[in-house]
Design a protein around this ligand. Structure first.
Ligand code: UDP
Length: 492
């Protein structure tokens, strides 16, 4: 099955051009598009992925498609669906293997399942496409379907892989051995970093780094009253006084000490508006490194017991500081079957902490029913943070870091390849060498919390870096180049 997604809100290119900081980038994009878009006359572009929401791909597609449409490209979005319960666990395994993790034994049963769902998906997508169209397939889930379409419909096909690992291991080899057959028919592949390109796609791959939309609900500026309104409406802070807007139908939920969930302002105010805040917002995935981050934070708090004579202001910052670990409500993401399990693991570790440490940590499940509300909650949480952490064990790119950098928040990332691509250590963020080294995490958090000038310097350069390299306008321009090239090559 494949669902056609209607785009909800669309910001016009003119709106972006009206923002002083963005106008040059928009003008450059228009100029390039004037040359490239006519090549796509009478062709449509189809983006195919496996999730309507949750995660980086679903995050990027609406802006990418919206801007392409504004430039005159007929772009659409299809989300694959399957009633086969074992399919997404299998593709999650492939995802983890590409990141170098998990059991590399993939046999005929896995192949049969993957092929069967790929055929079904290809049949469903075929009903939408016409000869000459360009199909862009995202990640391993619909990759097999795209390969079949390339062979059976007269379309150009591009595969974009949003994940990758900069090392060759038995696990990555198993994943690519499984996927190589599906890679073969594609006209082109797109990766987010050169280190991720596997041998089976060498010579056919282009690099397009991910990007953020600066006017989306996730990233747009939030004037102070709007910010406070969102926090109150989402129950992320208790209402200190009357606010203009009504509460969100589904507030953010916070894990309570007894293991139950309640609106996030219970049992007490997290302190988002008053305390130093360290936050990580990610999918509930083991590779995001939530657990070692929590342990590092606990080690930092425990270091207070040493009374090691740190300057008072530093000490006070560590005393007051709170850690927020936030992610999407696991019930809401169809293609991420591990989320519930991972959140339970984090909850169990939290349950074993002493009450004062539990008080200092808020584990939040953010409802996803309204994407707008979810995006605004993430936006507000990132803006309330003194440090945004992305302690990933593996990271294809890490839009959460980009989002925080754009908001001029200091970022503490791990040295996972995707984060290294964005953060130049000491320049526009802090990089942890080993995301499982809790002492290193504690040290880094302590130094960042204790030094507001350093945070500000890192954050300022981080925003500039995103402005120069990771905004959606560059991404659209690169895509137009790849699409027109693939379409031209296919028709020759
Ligand atoms: N995200 C979200 N709501 C949540 C948690 C995460 O919208 O509750 C978003 C987050 O803001 C980011 C994306 O999901 O835009 C995650 O992308 P990233 O590249 O960091 O990692 P991925 O999930 O693709 O591995």
């Amino acid at each position: 099955m494949a669902q056609l997604v209607e785009l909800q809100r669309h910001i016009a290119l003119d709106d972006y051009e009206g923002v002083a900081q963005l106008s040059d980038a928009v003008r450059n994009l228009r100029q390039e598009a004037g040359r490239l878009v006519p090549i796509l006359k009478d062709r449509r572009v189809w983006m195919v992925n496996s999730a309507r929401q949750g995660g980086g791909v679903a995050e990027m597609l609406p802006s990418l498609i919206g801007l392409m449409r504004d430039l005159g490209v007929e772009a659409n979005w299809l989300v694959m669906e399957t009633a086969e319960p074992a399919f997404f666990p299998l593709t999650k395994r492939l995802h983890n293997l590409i990141h170098g993790q998990g059991d590399p034994n993939l046999g005929p049963a896995e192949r049969e399942l993957y092929d069967r769902v790929s055929r079904e998906t290809a049949d469903a997508v075929r009903g939408h496409v016409s000869p000459g169209d360009v199909v862009i397939i995202h990640d391993p889930q619909p990759m097999g379907a795209g390969a079949i379409l390339r062979q059976t419909a007269e379309v150009a096909a591009i595969w974009q892989c949003h994940i990758g690992f900069d090392r060759d291991t038995p696990e990555t080899q198993a994943a690519w051995a499984f996927l190589a057959a599906y890679a073969a028919p594609y006209d082109r592949a797109v990766f987010t970093a050169a280190e991720y390109i596997p041998a089976c796609l060498a010579g056919r791959a282009t690099i397009i780094p991910p990007a953020i939309d600066p006017l989306s609900h996730k990233n747009r500026d939030l004037p102070i009253h709007k910010l406070v309104g969102i926090l109150v409406d989402a129950a992320l802070v208790p209402p200190f006084g009357p606010v203009l807007t009504s509460p969100f139908p589904e507030p953010a939920q916070r894990l309570q000490r007894d293991g139950s969930w309640a609106p996030a302002s219970q049992p007490d105010d997290i302190g988002l508006l008053f305390r130093p805040i360290v936050a990580q917002v990610s999918r509930w995935d083991r590779l995001k490194g939530f657990l070692p981050l929590m342990e590092g934070f606990v080690a930092l708090k425990r270091s207070l017991e040493d009374g090691d004579g740190q300057p008072t202001r530093h000490r006070r910052a560590v005393e007051l500081c709170r850690l927020v670990l936030a992610g999407p409500d696991p019930a809401s993401i169809a293609d991420d079957p591990e989320a519930r399990e991972v959140l339970a693991e984090i909850g169990n570790a939290y349950g074993r902490l002493d009450p004062p440490l539990q008080e200092a940590i808020a584990i939040l499940s953010l409802p996803m029913r309204s994407q707008k509300h979810n995006a605004l909650m993430v936006n507000a949480l990132q803006r309330c943070s003194d440090v945004v952490a992305q302690n990933s064990l593996r990271e294809g790119f890490g839009l959460t870091a980009t989002e925080a950098m754009w908001k001029r928040v200091a970022v503490m990332g791990s040295s996972a390849a995707g984060l290294r691509q964005q953060i130049r250590p000491g320049l526009d963020g802090w990089l942890i060498e080993d995301p499982e080294d809790t002492a290193e995490i504690a040290r880094a958090l302590g130094e960042l919390l204790g030094d507001p000038h350093r945070r500000e310097a890192l954050a300022r350069r981080a925003q500039q870096r995103v402005h120069d390299d990771f905004l959606v306008f560059t991404q659209v321009r690169r895509w137009l180049e790849v699409i027109t090239e693939a379409a031209g090559a296919r028709s020759r």
